[in-house]
Design a binder for this molecule. Structure first.
Ligand code: ATP
Ligand code: MG
Length: 465
């Protein structure tokens, strides 16, 4: 099954199981000024998980487009992209663990066809300090499923993350972790206000035995090791407790929140530990290879970054964001300019967005018709940004190189931003690769200049009026 088929199969499977398929929310949250982007399938549903009635009922599912700027540094590895789709399903006071765990299992093994012997899971080890019990029920359900499939079902009680790293599991099928497998808003059980819901989660990983464990991530490889040998496909959060004055009590109405990465499931389906090999990304990489005459093997990181950033910027444009100096527009600008910078290294020094955007539109238009409908508009917006930055990219790089041997100050980074259009994160990253030292106080200095400039421009507009 390819990614398109998996997305379809998932939504059909959930429909058969009584779920209503809800449309994706845009990348910019509608009524939530506290966050720039929709970063998970759960985010738009939070009000309903906290008790509001959803108009579509108690069983919901979707494929949610997500953007995580916080993962930008991880783009380049085998499994993180800033833009991705999360397959989600929710039970709002309807079914619970007994139905959710076999449901995910059946989808991944029977529908997608993943090898049960390569599926590993993690469960919540409990939190004695806060008097929250170990999630034995989830572990028992998993044990039953593994036994039925005729694969091992050993457990390891690592208790805490520190233990996990030290003891290692060497591949125990069910590993118990502490706070990694606890969900609540804000993340920490002890910081939850009275009345706040939370609960354990159980995560599903796929083992890629062809990836060798990298000991720089720790002596032993285990479910939560970051070397890329185990890849997290998805997880189910079980909201079952409520904070009280003294501890926790069971919630009268329990919820399930599941989120699974479409790209990662699709990669597992073709037995590739590299998500860029799937049909949603590979055509972009192929285009980049043709245009640059370089190979993906030699230019893996650059090509991954460019493919991801242009795809993310395309969806941002489809959802109404324009490159700019603030908020979402700034992030979009940063993605585009970073893609241009990486392309420069591939010898792509002329405008190349027009050669890539149609490929992205072709990949997504069947499932997201809005991407096809707005393809021309998207191209116009992105190309304008490309042209603007190209005019100053070379000069800006030269300027930055001129700082070699000195310590670059926040004021100088501001010049790069203001005169050459270098988003400050791009400049500091570039300095890093050129071995140029950046002053420790650059952020404060840069912000001061930024504020001063804003004040100046506000004064001048007031004067004009
Ligand atoms: P990881 O530890 O791999 O970064 P996560 O714990 O941040 O994953 P969740 O927030 O639980 O992930 O999101 C649910 C699912 O969404 C993950 O299991 C994964 O399949 C997918 N996912 C999360 N972040 C990314 C990303 N940056 N790129 C692609 N898929 C992702
Ligand atoms: Mg993450």
């Amino acid at each position: 099954m390819n990614a398109d088929e998996i997305r379809r199969a998932y939504l059909d499977f959930m429909t058969e199981r009584g779920h209503v398929i809800i449309p994706r929310s845009p990348l910019v949250p509608k009524d939530d000024p506290t966050t720039l982007f929709t970063g998970s399938g759960m985010q738009p549903l939070l009000p309903y998980l906290l008790g509001a009635q959803h108009p579509a009922g108690t069983r919901l599912a979707d494929s949610q487009t997500c953007l995580r700027v916080q993962d930008i540094e991880e783009v380049g590895d085998n499994r993180h992209t800033t833009f991705f789709e999360m397959l989600g399903n929710w039970s709002l006071g309807d079914y619970f663990k007994q139905e959710q765990i076999p449901q995910v299992w059946t989808f991944l093994t029977a529908k997608v066809g993943l090898d049960p012997d390569r599926i590993y899971v993690s469960c919540f080890s409990g939190d004695p300090k806060n008097d929250i019990p170990k999630d034995e029920e989830s572990a028992q359900l998993w044990t039953g499923l593994f036994q039925e499939a005729g694969v091992s079902s050993d457990q390891v009680d690592v208790g805490t993350e520190e233990h996990a790293a030290a003891v290692g599991t060497g591949g125990a099928r069910i590993a118990f972790y502490g706070k990694k497998n606890w969900w609540c808003r804000g993340g920490k059980a002890e910081d939850m206000p009275v009345g706040e819901p939370g609960g354990p989660d159980t995560e599903i990983f796929y083992l890629f035995p062809t990836v060798e464990h990298d000991p720089t991530f720790g002596e032993h490889c285990h479910q939560n090791c970051d070397c890329g040998r185990f890849i997290e496909l998805g997880n189910s959060v079980f909201m079952e407790y409520r904070r009280t004055e003294t501890g926790f009590e069971p919630l009268p109405k329990k919820n399930v929140d599941y989120g699974g990465g479409l790209a990662r499931i699709a990669a597992a389906a073709i037995d590739s530990p590299d998500v860029f090999r799937i049909g949603l990304l590979w055509p972009i990489i192929e285009r980049l290879q043709e245009l640059s005459g370089r190979s993906y093997e030699d230019e893996t990181v650059s090509m991954r970054v460019i493919a991801d950033h242009l795809r993310g910027a395309t969806f941002l444009a489809v959802d109404g964001v324009m490159p700019g100096n603030k908020a979402q527009g700034y992030v979009m600008r940063r993605l585009l300019r970073r893609a241009i910078r990486f392309a420069f290294d591939l010898g792509l020094e002329e405008n190349f967005f027009p050669q890539i955007i149609p490929t992205i539109a072709e990949i997504y238009e069947a499932h997201y018709p809005e991407v096809g409908e707005h393809a021309e508009y998207v191209e116009k917006v992105l190309v304008k940004e490309e042209q603007a930055f190209r005019r100053t990219l070379r000069k800006g790089l030269k300027q930055l190189r001129a700082y070699r041997g000195t310590t670059v100050t926040g004021a100088e980074l501001f010049v790069l931003y203001d005169t050459y259009g270098f988003p400050v994160e791009l400049s500091t990253e570039e300095a890093g690769r050129q071995g140029i030292v950046v002053s420790e106080t650059w952020r404060d200095e840069f912000d001061e200049h930024m504020t001063a400039q804003r004040e100046r421009s506000q004064r001048s507009t007031t004067l004009h009026v």
